[in-house]
Design a protein. Structure first.
Lengths: 410, 364
């Protein structure tokens, strides 16, 4: 019989059959009930108090996202949504989370939303433990220990590799499955059957860019430039620029914009330098190889800013721009006459556009033109990696609940 | 361009004699000439110079020469001869990064590679060919693998020995009886043992050790290369290898080599100091990841190799995917082994993915 290691609520060995059996007995809750809110807030508090959070800004961001005021805000939004809808929102039941291996905090974001939606949860934890994942598990153990027994019983963090048997058994009782990963992984995991009434939410590899107005950039004073550089740094250097939402392209609307990219990237690079960020040998070698290949494969390429912390390659056109990326501070630069020029080059794979210097009208016109092209998020520069309930084109709160259509009058 | 005076002069002398300064002076003109040659004949190389080194004319210092990442030869064919002059293609053995490198040789470059290897090996082995044990199986040379780096390495080395014996059978078991006959025939002669580091360790030295046997060679030179990754995984270091080689083979001198298919012939050889030395037509620079500035002796970084050999493809200045450190040259009485000294510390690890990467592909 297959045995798994449960990391939270308590570290324990658990048989797969027992886990499946227990999962059938998880009780769902009313969305945003007090215990669920308290559990999420407790996780946030513990994260902010964790001394290790200093080394991982993503833990601080997660803690901040889970602070009571933010959770109440979510609850209010949800109540308003419910009030405006003829349907009742109810939990789906068991959510099975298959998070990406290395952005440990992503799993906690989607888990928290699922808890708030009232679902029971089983979250896969990578058996490849890291200091970060151990820190997260420690926090979850502590928070779940203080939660009511029923709530703690219905939230499990379990370690397994890529054992098909485990995935198949747990999928057989899941009502919603969240799959994060590369395209091939998503396809492969998705092929494991779910009960007919259950759904998959898939979060595959994505690509992201920044859109900027050159006029607005040139109007910035020193303080404004510094602020923008910090925002850009947060978007692009966390996770070594490998987060799906981190910009890889700077697309400027304006004229003679190559110096704008160089200035912004140079300022962000010097922030990176001050914070002691350096590409390790693997990232640096990969970046060099990627830049060299791109110079051969893409038309009209020239080099822009180059330093240890960042590198810019200027493009004359977006034609053929690859959606794979090396990370580690590598940016393409392109100049557009208007945002509309970007639309035909967007793909389903494209996720986040971080913007700077556009009016709401310009942004709305742009969004209206997207139609079935890609892009799911258009957020101000500095917000790229801020997780929200709206992710990858889903409203997770709605996706994690089901609708009961009640017609009260005959 | 088939004749490069700089390399002709360097190949006709015993190797490992030049100091770093003398070598820089001897190589600079030739390397600058190679940059011009490849720029003229390889459009991809010309484009890369235009993009990353606009206005480049020539380098005053070897460290100022443009370099290409060696991985580029896995994804692109860069060639400085017309297809009609392509004579053969050399391919690396597939490694864990996926993909194999391929370089195109014309006859002139193939000949230069052979001369370069000969210059290195005759410096080590002397002019006389020694009876030679090859720690591999002969089947490797047959079939579709004839162009693989391992087969090419063996074929290249075989010219420096005679009475060759492949000591392993196709299942990599030791061929005791042929080996015994060969030993009887060459008792007390100076001999050569050649093989890839891991095969040497696992299939010859460890087997002999397990059997409690020694070949009792009276004067052997062991040449091995191909990397220490698997040995390091077994916690086997250089002194251990040397010690076990002495206890199982007899009186031996062991020389590691470092080279790559993209710079075939340009072989770095382990000197008496246990460090790798570049031959006089090649040089090494260690660079800081990202800034790519050259690092002083003692600081580890990414290894760049320079060689006067590659003419038919722009492989004369390559940034490898290996980590290493150069050490100050040791003063020597007779000038031998006096150049820059390299220690290879391992491969650049594969990038640690942080980001929305796979949930699944992590068995590794």
């Amino acid at each position: 019989m297959t045995a798994l290691v449960q990391r939270a609520p308590r570290q324990a060995e658990i048989g797969l059959a027992d886990l499946v059996d227990e999962a059938r007995r998880f009780s769902a809750r009313r969305p945003f009930d007090e215990d669920s809110l308290a559990l999420c807030a407790r996780v946030g508090r513990l994260l902010l108090d964790l001394p290790a959070s200093r080394s991982w800004p993503e833990l601080v961001a997660l803690g901040y996202w889970l602070r009571p005021a933010a959770l109440q805000h979510l609850a209010d939004d949800f109540a308003a949504l419910q009030a405006a809808d003829p349907c009742w929102f109810q939990p789906r039941g068991l959510a099975l989370h298959l998070p990406p291996r290395n952005v440990g905090t992503i799993a906690i974001h989607s888990w928290a939303l699922s808890v708030l939606a009232g679902n029971g949860n089983i979250v896969r934890v990578s058996p490849r433990r890291t200091a970060l994942s151990d820190a997260l598990i420690g926090v979850l153990q502590q928070a779940l220990a203080d939660a009511p027994a029923e709530l703690s019983f219905a939230n499990r963090f379990v370690e397994w590799g890529h054992d098909r048997e485990v995935l198949a058994a747990l999928s057989s009782v899941a009502r919603v499955r969240l799959i994060w990963g590369g395209d091939a992984t998503v396809q492969e995991l998705r092929a494991v059957p779910l009960p007919p009434r259950s759904i998959d939410l898939c979060f595959s590899d994505r690509w992201s860019a920044a859109i900027l107005s050159a006029d607005a950039f040139r109007a910035l004073d020193e303080e404004g430039l510094d602020d923008l550089a910090h925002r850009f740094f947060n978007d692009a250097w966390w996770f070594d620029q490998r987060g799906c939402a981190s910009p890889r392209l700077l697309a400027w609307v304006g004229e003679d914009t190559a110096p704008c990219t160089d200035e912004l990237v140079a300022r962000a690079a010097s922030i990176a330098r001050r914070r002691g960020w350096r590409p390790d040998a693997a990232l640096a070698v990969e970046r060099l190889g990627f830049a060299t290949s791109a110079a051969l494969d893409l038309p009209g390429v020239s080099a822009g800013y180059r330093a240890a912390e960042a590198e810019v390659l200027r493009l004359s056109s977006l034609r053929g721009l690859p959606r794979v990326h090396c990370g580690g501070g590598f940016f393409f630069h392109v100049e557009l006459r208007s945002l509309a020029e970007l639309v035909p080059h967007l793909q389903v794979r494209d996720q986040t556009l971080t913007w700077f210097g556009f009016s709401p009208e310009v942004l709305r016109t742009f969004v209206a033109a997207l139609a079935d092209r890609g892009v799911d998020r258009i957020v101000p520069m500095g917000h790229a990696l801020r997780f929200s309930r709206y992710w990858d084109g889903h409203d997770l709160l709605q996706a994690l609940t089901r609708r009961v259509h009640l017609v009260e009058h005959p | 361009m088939t004749h490069l005076p700089e390399i002709d002069a360097l190949l006709t002398r015993p190797q490992f004699r030049l100091s770093a300064a003398d070598k820089a002076a001897a190589m600079r003109a030739g390397l600058n000439r190679l940059v011009r040659h490849h720029r003229r004949h390889c459009p991809a190389y010309a484009r890369l110079l235009d993009v990353f080194h606009p206005g480049f004319d020539h380098a005053e210092r070897l460290a100022d020469l443009p370099f290409l990442p060696v991985g580029l030869f896995r994804t692109h064919t860069l060639c400085s001869v017309p297809p009609s002059r392509a004579y053969r293609r050399l391919r690396s053995s597939g490694t864990t990064g996926g993909g194999r490198s391929e370089v195109v040789l014309d006859r002139a470059t193939a000949r230069l590679q052979a001369r370069a290897l000969a210059a290195v090996m005759t410096t080590l082995l002397g002019p006389r060919r020694r009876p030679m044990l090859i720690v591999d199986h002969e089947g490797l040379l047959r079939g579709g693998e004839a162009d693989s780096a391992r087969a090419a390495g063996i074929l290249g080395m075989m010219t420096f020995g005679r009475d060759h014996l492949f000591v392993l059978d196709d299942d990599l078991a030791l061929r005791w009886e042929p080996l015994q006959r060969w030993l009887d025939a060459h008792r007390d002669e100076p001999v050569l043992v050649f093989g890839f580091t891991f095969l040497l360790w696992r299939y010859l030295l460890q087997r002999l050790q397990a059997a409690g046997r020694s070949l009792r060679l009276s004067d052997a030179i062991v040449v091995h290369g191909g990397g220490w990754k698997k040995l390091i995984a077994e916690a086997v270091d250089r002194p251990t290898l040397h010690e076990v080689a002495r206890s199982t083979l007899g009186r031996v001198r062991v020389h590691d080599f470092y080279g790559m298919v993209e710079q075939t012939g340009s072989v770095f050889l382990e000197g008496p100091d246990g460090l790798l030395h570049a031959p006089d037509f090649a040089e090494v620079i260690v660079r800081e990841p990202g800034s790519w500035r050259p690092l002083p002796p003692g600081e580890p970084g990414v290894i760049q190799v320079l060689s006067l050999v590659p003419h038919s493809y722009p492989g004369h200045s390559l940034l490898t995917e290996d980590i290493g450190v150069v050490h100050d040259a040791a003063p020597t009485a007779d000038g031998a082994w006096g150049g820059r000294r390299l220690q290879v510390l391992g491969r650049v690890p594969r990038a640690v993915l942080r980001g929305c990467s796979d949930t699944h592909q992590e068995a590794g």
